[in-house]
Design a protein around this ligand. Structure first.
Ligand SMILES: [Zn+2]
Length: 212
């Protein structure tokens, strides 16, 4: 076989192994507390988190604040996504002449071991596993939001109009972040003028507005 093709196949195998690990191994994550301090902790594997979300317990801090009716909707979504993933994985295991069991992470790991033996084209599986990760993250770790007390450095607003209630609210600057991602990936938006920044850009803008 052509060396570059063989090399490429190997790379896909490594990517696939990483994609399996991303779903089945515990995650070392940074948490941002409500008071803004950051702590490092360990989270269960993503597939396990999705399964836990079905039962509506042990979800991230953002979820615990959700009202009961909202929580039951989210649980239905977790159940739906979990069933989709489990059905798909069951099909893959059948193709590999293996069976799924109650341990979803172990089942995916056993599928990977079977994949390594025959090494069918990795591309489809890789894109599916990455899609699963995105789907699960959106269920178990929706972006959290907090207000920033400063006026908007773009438009100077100190209040904004909430569309649904038509009520005027304080603190137009909102910051959106994920529990287990670095704060550098957070985004910010002014709810008065609509201007968007990364958190780092906003920090720079606010520092500039203090100077000028
Ligand atoms: Zn603004």
């Amino acid at each position: 076989m052509d060396r570059t093709i063989e090399q490429k196949k190997e790379d896909n195998g490594n990517d696939l192994r990483e994609a399996v690990k991303a779903l089945t191994e515990p995650i070392c994550a940074k948490f941002i507390r409500d008071d803004g301090t950051v702590m490092v902790g360990r989270q269960n594997p993503l597939l396990e988190q999705l399964e836990t979300a079905i039962r509506g317990s042990g979800i991230g801090a953002g979820r615990s604040q959700a009202i009961a009716s909202e929580r039951s909707v989210l649980d239905a979504q977790a159940l739906f996504e979990f069933q989709q993933i489990r059905d798909q994985l069951r099909g893959w295991l059948v193709d590999a002449e293996r069976e799924i069991d109650g341990d979803i992470c172990g089942s995916l790991q056993r599928w990977y071991v079977a994949w390594v033996v025959k090494r069918p084209a990795a591309k489809f599986y890789l894109s599916e596993l990455r899609r699963w990760k995105t789907v699960i993250t959106s269920v178990v770790d929706p972006p959290r939001q907090m207000d920033h007390p400063s006026p908007c450095p773009e438009c100077g607003a100190t209040v904004w109009l909430e569309e649904l209630s038509k009520e005027e609210r304080q603190r137009p600057l909102a910051i959106f972040y994920r529990e287990n991602e670095s704060i550098e990936t957070a985004n910010a938006k002014c709810r008065a003028c609509g201007k968007k920044w990364t958190v780092l850009e906003l920090a720079q803008e606010l520092a500039n507005s203090l100077v000028s």
